[in-house]
Design a protein around this ligand. Structure first.
Ligand SMILES: [Zn+2]
Length: 478
């Protein structure tokens, strides 16, 4: 029985034929069984009330206020009634140190606009300055957005939700020892590290216009995380990486997939290529959880971007990933035309909770941001000439398929079934709980940890074994 319907009538006609030739659903999705046991998709939404109150600087394009605006629209549309809302706690130092270097974290904790002069000698080392300025509350800001991603990951581990949303997360450029591209702490890496305690394989998908370099780099040598990034690439555009030849190394060879695009890509081409690649990635890699970075700078009319995507097309990618019914963590990312970021992530929240929204924005105190049309779906395409011709797109697709064929044949995907470190997860929870008061959040985490323990023993079902048998047979190893 096919797992999902591949016949999307919205796919542009010229691409339909090619799509049909590559479609296949070789294996059952073992983890999707976990979601099939209950009918309604359970969505958990993590929003920190304070996260939108930080300021990178007057002329800086990154505006955390977009998060306040997004949350406001989500509430005004009544979407909070369709999901569980959580005020996440801040990430602890130890949680941030799971990925980041101690001296870098120490610097982020100490530096302020007032004492910045004392630290100027290490600005270059930690890549702090113009793009990544020192601003008031910088570390606390990181703790807030990273805390939300970590909490969301734990919610998935505990099977407390099928989909978790944290629009404040998605800061994909941050490196272990340095800031990059407006990102200081890489919440995605921290979230995936958390997911890996329980889920054998995590797929990371990135639709920001910029290459998801920080996440790719962190997992470049492992086969337990596959990173797939769709982005503008010309060797010069920030961050300069994301060439199609960056495929991973060592055990991680073939597990980094890059889809380089040119200026002005439009809805039909983008959605077509996204589905082509993601269908095959999921069939081949068989992820047990997915992290989707929804950077909104890939929309048309973005202050820093140069694609032509509409909010609807951006949302189609989210819809498509959701339909696989694999535990899903959705995070934000870039997005520099603030009003469109808020529209986009509100619309994508509605997709995740299966609710249709009126195109007329509800009355709200920020309505002036949405002048002159006051609509959810403004016209965003056509500003930039589309330089992605059909021949180029087919070539990129073919390269991606070729890499996935290599991955399919690689022994590591079958052989490296590493048992999840569930004991480590529970130990970590115990330590955290020792420090904690008897708050509701603390109780919730204790409940989640207990559920996680149960889930592991119950959830290790036979379907996983059958699926792996199919892989072995396909690879001629059985
Ligand atoms: Zn970006």
């Amino acid at each position: 029985m096919p797992r999902r319907n591949y016949n999307d009538s919205n796919v542009v006609a010229t691409f339909t034929e090619d799509h049909a030739t590559t479609q296949k659903s070789k294996y059952m999705a073992p983890r999707s069984m976990r979601l099939a046991s209950h009918n309604k998709t359970r969505v958990a939404y993590f929003h920190d009330e304070g996260v939108g109150n930080y300021h990178y600087g007057e002329r800086h394009p990154m505006k955390p206020h977009r998060l306040t605006l997004t949350n406001h629209l989500v509430l005004k549309y009544g979407l909070h009634q369709k999901m569980e809302i959580f005020q996440p706690r801040k990430a602890t130092d130890n949680e941030i140190l799971e990925f980041h270097a101690a001296d870098y974290v120490d610097f982020l904790k100490r530096v302020t606009p007032d004492n910045a002069e004392e630290y100027e000698n290490v600005f270059q080392r930690f890549n702090v300055g113009d793009d990544c300025p020192v601003f008031s509350g910088i570390y606390e800001f990181c703790q807030r957005y990273a805390g939300a991603t970590i909490e969301a990951s734990r919610k998935l581990i505990a099977n407390g939700a099928d989909i978790c949303i944290n629009w404040s997360g998605g800061l994909h450029h941050a490196k272990k020892c340095e800031a990059s591209g407006f990102c200081y702490v890489n919440d995605i890496v921290l979230g995936i590290l958390e997911l890996l305690r329980y889920f054998p394989r995590v797929l990371y998908i990135d639709i920001d216009i910029h290459h998801g370099d920080g996440v790719q780099e962190a997992f470049y040598t492992t086969d337990r995380v596959m990173t797939v990034s769709f982005h503008k690439y010309n060797g010069d555009f920030f961050p300069g990486t994301g060439h199609i030849d960056e495929i991973g190394s060592s055990l991680g060879k073939y597990y980094s997939l890059n889809v380089p695009l040119r200026d002005g890509i439009d809805d039909d081409a983008y959605v077509w290529l996204f589905k082509e690649v993601i269908d095959q990635v999921i069939n081949t890699f068989q992820p047990s959880a997915i992290v989707l970075q929804c950077g909104a700078d890939s929309l048309g009319c973005d202050r820093l971007g140069c694609f032509n995507l509409s909010i609807e097309a951006h949302g189609k990618c989210v819809q498509h990933v959701k339909e696989f019914k694999i535990p899903l963590l959705v995070v934000g990312g870039g997005g520099y035309t603030v009003r469109n970021v808020a529209r986009c992530w509100t619309y994508e929240t509605s997709i995740l909770v299966d609710t249709e929204l009126s195109n007329d924005l509800p009355p709200n105190e920020y309505i002036d941001f949405f002048k002159p049309d006051y609509q959810l779906h403004p016209h965003l395409s056509g500003r930039v000439e589309n330089q992605n011709d059909r021949q180029y797109l087919l070539k990129v697709r073919e390269r991606a398929m070729e890499q996935l064929r290599y991955l399919d044949a690689a022994p590591s995907i079958q052989m490296q079934e590493i048992p999840p470190d569930i004991q480590g997860f529970l130990d970590g929870e115990d330590e955290m709980m020792d420090e904690e008061d008897d708050s509701e959040a603390g109780k919730d985490r204790r409940r989640m940890a207990a559920m996680a323990e149960t889930e592991w023993y119950e959830g290790d079902d036979d379907n996983e074994g059958e699926a792996m048998d199919a892989v072995w047979q396909d690879a001629g190893l059985s």
